[in-house]
Structure formats: structure tokens, C-alpha cells
Design a binder for this molecule. Structure first.
Ligand code: CP
Ligand code: NVA
Length: 332
């Protein structure tokens, strides 16, 4: 199995078969176990990777850096403000330069075409650390978290509340389709996933037994859900001006205790993080002053409840990213 991923990029979950995703989850679980028991391995010893971040990050950057160190690799962090990327040098030229020095490249930034171009021109595996359209390494961590919690994936039902046109819902829809998980996007209609993504996911779902559905009524959507998932209402790179409309449109889709109660006692809450669940952030306080909200996409009592798996998900970013690098670089 590892040989099918060796030398390949990880740009969206469409790129992997269901069996390859299963393999990555199994590898991640093994790597997690080794980390917990102090077993050193350095499967990619002596390799070098570049980490390009055109948007900010806590989890993804730290996950790549820690995973690289555990695999015996060196990493270089490239902040576009301190490099030539974009302003003085095209992505295509950057790809051809970095590809001659590094064994793999992570990219976080804007359009999906950018990461696709890096992969096409660098000649080394490229990993998508988040674009506007997709966040595949996050969904791999989410799948591992669900597998750990439920003991399996097929037949579970994940309901996403909020802006379902963006990277998180898109990638969850594809990941669920691949793994036979029922996926529902719950939002006002204009926030439903767009383009051929839905059709492509539905075609995959037919093969795996998953279903892809859309619902505007939060109470209906929550019934029978195993996972209630949400994301921020305004994503990185979007203009501050969109806040007002988003709050107006998405406030009825906030994950509340009532939503969790309808989902039932065995349902869990998941979020890619960072989350606006209290007033302990600068943006949270600004929105509070302007609109009077104490939280945004999720209530603090849900975020802090026993049903919340958010920090397990965050930890699993590191184990799953380590698996992606080890498999694509051929270390494992
Ligand atoms: N979930 C996630 O990608 O977090 P960061 O933005 O902190 O990397
Ligand atoms: N949709 C969010 C995800 C953050 C991990 C964003 O793009 O900002």
C-alpha cells in the first residue's frame, strides 16, 4: 500500500482511494502509538521539507514541524513576507527552485490552483496545508478522531453547520463520501457547497454507501447525527465587511446545547479550530462590542462539554500529517 502513495502529492482527498485513506489512518494510529510509548523511528531521516504559509496557522505549522522532527527531517518555514514568493517570484519559478533543494513542500494559502501548480512544477510531493477550497490534512485528522471514538467510520452521520461552501465543508464532504460516512450540510441554501464537487462526491458516495444531503432546518439536521461539526463563519483571507451578513445568515446555525440534545447523548462535537466560543480572543471581543454576541459558531458550554473532541482532533493533526509525509516520501 505504501508504494501507491510514494512520490505523490496530497492536494485533495479526491486524489486518494478509500483504501489509501484507510492506510494513512492506520499508519497515523501506529505512529501515534509509537510517539506515546517513546519509540523513535526517524523514517525519513536526513530529508528536508519547505513549509510555505501565505496565511497564519498554529496547528498546521506546528504539526508539520513536530512531525518532520520526529521523522528525522529538517524543515524551513517560509513566510511570504520574508521570501520572494508572489511579489518577486512566481509560484512556478518558486516550485522549480524549492524542488531542487527539498524532498517535499507544504503550502497553505489561497486558490487551489496555486498548490496544484506547485505540485506540477516542483517534481516533489506537495501537501495542501489549507487552500480556500480544501483542507485535506484536517479531514484526515477528523477521520482518525472519529475512528478512535466510534471504533469505525462507515455508516456514521456527520452534520456540518455553517458556511458549507468553503474548505472545511468541501473536504469533509469528500472525506465522508470516500469513507462511507453520511454527510449533511446544514445552512441557508446560498451556503451549500458549489460546483461539480457535489456531483463528484455523490458519485463516490454511491460506491461506498454514503449519502450527501442538504438541509436548511437545524433541528431536522441534528436528528440522528453522530457528529455535529462546525467551522468559523468568516474564513482567513475574507474581507471584514462580510461579518455582518454572515452573522445575520448563520446565527440560526450556531451549535447550541439544544442542537446537541436533539442529536442525542452519544453525539460528539467537532471543530477544526480556532473557534470563537467565548470572549477570550481579540476578534471575539470586537464582534461582541459591535453585535453583542458572546460566542459565534458554537456555544462555550458545547465547546467545553464532554461531547467535545476538539483537542483530540488538534493532536491528531500531527499524527496524520506525519503519516502523509512518511507515506509520500517513501519512509513508510
Ligand atoms: N485547523 C487548522 O488548520 O488550524 P491552524 O489554522 O491553526 O493551522
Ligand atoms: N475555514 C477556516 C478553516 C481554518 C482551519 C479558514 O479557512 O479560515
Amino acid at each position: 500500500m505504501a508504494s501507491t502513495l510514494k512520490g505523490r502529492s496530497f492536494l485533495t482527498l479526491f486524489d486518494c482511494t478509500s483504501a489509501e485513506i484507510e492506510h494513512l489512518l492506520e499508519l497515523a494510529a501506529n505512529l501515534k502509538q509509537m510517539k506515546k510509548t517513546g519509540v523513535k523511528h526517524q523514517y525519513c531521516k536526513g530529508k528536508n521539507i519547505a513549509l510555505i504559509f501565505e496565511k497564519t496557522s498554529t496547528r498546521t505549522r506546528c504539526a508539520f514541524e513536530v512531525a518532520a522532527a520526529d521523522l528525522g527531517m529538517y524543515s524551513t518555514y517560509l513566510d511570504p513576507k520574508a521570501s520572494q514568493i508572489g511579489k518577486k517570484e512566481s509560484i512556478r519559478d518558486t516550485a522549480r527552485v524549492l524542488g531542487r533543494m527539498y524532498d517535499g513542500i507544504e503550502y497553505r494559502g489561497y486558490e487551489q490552483e496555486i498548490v496544484e501548480e506547485l505540485a506540477a512544477y516542483s517534481g516533489v510531493p506537495v501537501w495542501n496545508g489549507l487552500t480556500n477550497e480544501f483542507h485535506p490534512t484536517q479531514v484526515l485528522a477528523d477521520l482518525l478522531t472519529m475512528q478512535e471514538h466510534f471504533g469505525g467510520l462507515a455508516g456514521k452521520h456527520l452534520v456540518f453547520f455553517g458556511d458549507a461552501r468553503y474548505n472545511m465543508a468541501n473536504s469533509l464532504m469528500v472525506g465522508c463520501a470516500k469513507m462511507g460516512i453520511h454527510f449533511t450540510a446544514c445552512a441557508p441554501e446560498k451556503y451549500f457547497p458549489k460546483g461539480d464537487l457535489v456531483e463528484r462526491s455523490q458519485n463516490i458516495a454511491k460506491r461506498t454507501g454514503a449519502t450527501i444531503t442538504f438541509e436548511t432546518d437545524p433541528m431536522k439536521a441534528a436528528q440522528g447525527a453522530d457528529v455535529i461539526y462546525t467551522d468559523v463563519w468568516v474564513s482567513m483571507g475574507e474581507a471584514d465587511e462580510v461579518w455582518e451578513e454572515r452573522i445575520h445568515d448563520l446565527l440560526p446555525y450556531r451549535v447550541t446545547k439544544e442542537i446537541m440534545d436533539i442529536a442525542g447523548p452519544d453525539a460528539v462535537f467537532m471543530h477544526c479550530l480556532p473557534a470563537f466560543h467565548d470572549l477570550n480572543t481579540e476578534i471575539g471581543r470586537t464582534i461582541h462590542e459591535k453585535y453583542g454576541l458572546d460566542c459565534m459558531e458554537v456555544e462555550d458550554r458545547v465547546f467545553e462539554s464532554k461531547a467535545s473532541l476538539v483537542f483530540q482532533e488538534a493532536e491528531n493533526r500531527m499524527h496524520t500529517i506525519k503519516a502523509v509525509m512518511a507515506a509520500t516520501l517513501g519512509g513508510k
